[in-house]
Ligand binder design. Sequence first.
Ligand SMILES: *Cc1c(COP(=O)(O)O)cnc(C)c1O
Length: 360
Amino acid sequence: MSRVYNFSAGPAVLPEEVLKEAADEMLDYKGSGMSVMEMSHRSKVFDEIIKDAEADIRKLMNIPDNYKVLFLQGGASQQFAAIPMNLMKNKKAGYIVTGQWAKKAFQEAKMYGEAVELASSADETFSYIPDCSDLPITDDMDYVYICENNTIYGTKFKTLPNTKGKDLVADVSSCFLSEPVDVSKYAVIYGGVQKNVGPAGMVIVIIREDLIRDDVLEGTPTMLKYKTQADNDSLYNTPPCYTIYICGKVFKWLLKNGGLEAMKDLNEKKAKILYDYLDSSKLFKGTVRKEDRSLMNVPFVTGNEELDAKFVKEATAAGFVNLKGHRTVGGMRASIYNAMPIEGVEKLVEFMKKFEEENA
Ligand SMILES: *Cc1c(COP(=O)(O)O)cnc(C)c1O
């Protein structure tokens, strides 16, 4: 068996320890005589799995009691519609457009009400986070929406926007569980788990209880009502059982390794190794404003498309895979999520140095 260093933006690398544990339990989960894939979502043994998962993410993120945790299908993209459908009481909300995922959410919201662009960094290909200290937020807005870490462009909100008292909704797909957060500053935090948490197929929604209502937008499908999901503890229909099980294992792995404080330290160390090299390199350059750099997704270029392609090809052959940048931006991108070991980043930088020497 040989494992590569996988820099994919998602689905992405998972902790090896978690994969091994899952392999050990594949045929017989804790004496049940079956795999978690084969068991009823209403069984006692699965009930324990989902309850444990919820308790552990609550512990990890220190989630206050007046927030619900929902394990839902449809990915992060489904939430682009679910959020306006459930939260647009006044049919008006403000969106900060810092990349393609924020833009998609903004465009989707326009189908359900008045979505207002409060700020954007489109003018410089989303290479920075706009100043959000005094946005044109009006009293009738139901919420302010951000994509906290921009997976494709590699920027991150280092401070949350001033929402002038309005509820904040954040897509945290690519920075989920990468550092401690103060949940009480948000009305809704949600993320697809396939970036930094688990296998594809699920989005976790953390939502303040008073926002879970019956009077949602007319025509909202039963499955998309947060109330349906909250009333049924995410078991209204068959949930993504195996994904919940693996996420639960990742939560335990995080708790065992010092929780989100320890993850933040490690993620800062890892990112610094890569950014320091990019800042000193004569060949490779980072593409975003320094103060807005993401700890999770690190885009870079040589400035020459042919050389970029050569780098990606040689890196792949050397066991550093999925370094090609997003199809819309080109260049390279290294996603260095929680489960990417520090050696992976150190070895990548060694490889980049060697490539720089050879191609000077
Ligand atoms: C990947 C990603 C999405 C889309 O996730 P799906 O689960 O595929 O719908 C949305 N937002 C962000 C920030 C992402 O990184």
